[in-house]
Design a protein around this ligand. Structure first.
Ligand SMILES: NC(=O)c1ccc[n+]([C@@H]2O[C@H](COP(=O)([O-])OP(=O)(O)OC[C@H]3O[C@@H](n4cnc5c(N)ncnc54)[C@H](O)[C@@H]3O)[C@@H](O)[C@H]2O)c1
Length: 466
């Protein structure tokens, strides 16, 4: 049955959610305080790069089931209000900044009509520390009939449409999961009605308390970040001993208790979620007096940062110093199929190379605006061939398919010197070396280091024997 839905905050998460809800047949209004973003969406233009999103957006608009506004008063008629506000890292610390959520909830509360009978559902989707939903629910207490649920979002940029329409699971957080059948709960029934097509398709739905629902999301992200930093820590060991981290990752990934995903070594994670989410998780644990339990996340963060520094170190090794050297950075987005440059490892490395005096050119198929903002307009070149022209070193930092599929022989003809630093460990070393390239990859140790490691081992054996 068609539901009247609003989505507040139509960024990466909210815009896709709004269009996906229209696709399910609902009558949807999306709201944002960013008038430019609202105008773009209303005219059928995706304000960010996300495969399949623009088509979904246009279908919703054309069917008359989707519209956008900047005016909170227009939300009053909806039965279900989703919150898609950002929760960035606080400017004055490592915790989550909840001010966008708080002001949106207050603005919504001011326009919600008092309702008897069916509840007005307010459904949080943002990633938040445990305790946030309960605090936001208190801000809605004075609105008769308003009920808050927490329904964290697990979409991945680059797969956002697919993940929203065919999620692995739906998690519903309610004030207290008292063990009674969720089907009896009017809030659960109301949200089930919104997600009916997904539930009919067999998507598991889990009902739990607010804090558990909040923790599901932050724990999932902390686990993924840990997995990436784990393999990157192993990569450091591989570099020191002459091993190839991809051999290790493939072999350990075949153990299905470990699994092969998120085991690609490289320059590490970035984006608008993992880095700020692990920091906020740790900050929240400290506030709850259990900071020690999650202290390892600090190390996860440090390993991740260290990989970025390692790229700069390797670049300097390969060039014999960075001052004035022509370096082309392939990639600016934090991952392929996105134009999101929030905490992007690629741009962070580009910035560090620039600070070290290198003459850096950055290219990316989608993230032009973000890259220009962060490294300067004149540093960005859209065309890959043009960007490669005259490079003394190429550094691959975002594994877009067009970079993975570069032809080593042809590319050698574009650069000034065939040196490649593969920061995502995706290129075939044999093919590139055969075409005359000097290639270094994060996590792929070089034989001389293996010899050095062997020497170190011998020495320690002697010490142990003495
Ligand atoms: N991007 C992802 O892949 C992803 C995935 C899962 C969860 N999340 C979580 O979802 C939340 C949103 O992330 P995002 O990447 O979409 O952020 P975003 O910054 O792209 O979007 C947030 C939007 O909220 C708008 N906004 C700010 N204040 C507002 C207000 N008072 N009223 C209305 N709109 C307002 C902003 O203008 C912006 O468009 C975060 O908590 C994030 O951690 C994001």
């Amino acid at each position: 049955m068609t539901q009247k839905i609003s989505v507040i905050g139509v960024g990466y998460l909210g815009a896709v959610h709004a269009a996906a809800m229209a696709e399910l047949g609902h009558d949807v209004i999306g709201l944002d305080v960013d008038a430019e973003r609202v105008a773009a969406l209303q005219s059928g233009r995706a304000p960010f790069h996300e495969p399949g999103f623009e088509e979904l957006l246009r279908r919703g608009l054309a069917a008359g089931r989707l519209r956008f506004t900047t005016d909170y008063a227009e939300l009053a008629g909806a039965d279900v209000h989703f919150l898609g506000l950002g929760t960035p890292q606080r400017a004055d610390g490592t915790g989550a900044d909840l001010s966008y959520l708080e002001s949106a909830v207050d603005a919504l509360a001011a326009v919600l009509p008092a309702r008897a009978g069916a509840p007005t559902l307010v459904v949080g989707k943002s990633t938040v520390p445990a305790g946030t939903a309960r605090a936001l629910a208190a801000r809605l207490e004075h609105v008769p009939g308003a009920q808050l649920m927490w329904n964290p979002e697990f979409l991945r940029e680059g797969f956002a449409v697919r993940d929203t329409l065919t999620p692995d699971r739906l998690v519903y957080g309610i004030p207290s999961a008292d063990g009674s059948a969720p089907e009896q709960d009017p809030r659960v029934r109301a949200l089930d009605a919104v997600y009916a097509p997904l539930l009919e398709a067999g998507t598991p739905r889990l009902v739990m308390g607010y804090e558990a629902a909040e923790l599901v999301k932050v724990s999932a992200n902390a686990f993924l970040a840990t997995k990436i930093s784990f393999i990157n820590a192993v990569a450091e060991m591989c570099e020191a001993t002459g091993a190839d981290v991809t051999d290790v990752a493939v072999a350990i990934g075949m153990d299905d208790r470990i699994g092969s995903r998120f085991l690609r070594a490289g320059v590490g994670f970035g984006g608008g979620c993992l880095p700020k989410d692990i920091r906020a998780f740790l900050a929240s644990a400290e506030q709850h007096g259990v900071g020690e339990a999650l202290g390892f996340l600090r190390e996860v963060d440090t390993i991740n940062e260290r990989r970025r520094a390692r790229v700069v170190e390797l670049a300097s090794e390969m060039l014999g110093g960075l001052g004035g050297r022509r370096i082309t950075v392939l990639g600016a987005a934090f991952k392929p199929d996105s134009d999101d440059v929030r905490d992007s490892p690629a741009l962070d490395v580009a910035r560090r190379l620039l600070d070290a005096g290198a003459d850096v050119t950055v290219t990316d198929p989608a993230a032009r605006a973000g890259a220009q903002r962060l490294v300067g307009e004149d540093r960005f070149v859209q065309d890959t061939d043009e960007a490669l022209h005259g490079a003394e070193l190429v550094v691959l930092l975002t594994e877009w398919p067009e970079y993975r599929e570069l032809d080593p022989a042809r590319t050698a003809g574009l650069v000034a010197a065939p040196r490649m630093l593969d920061g995502r460990t995706v290129l075939d070393p044999a093919a590139w070396r055969e075409a005359g390239w000097e290639l270094r990859s994060l996590g792929r140790g070089e034989a001389p280091q293996a010899a050095a490691a062997a020497e170190r081992l011998d020495t320690s054996d002697q010490v142990a024997a003495a």
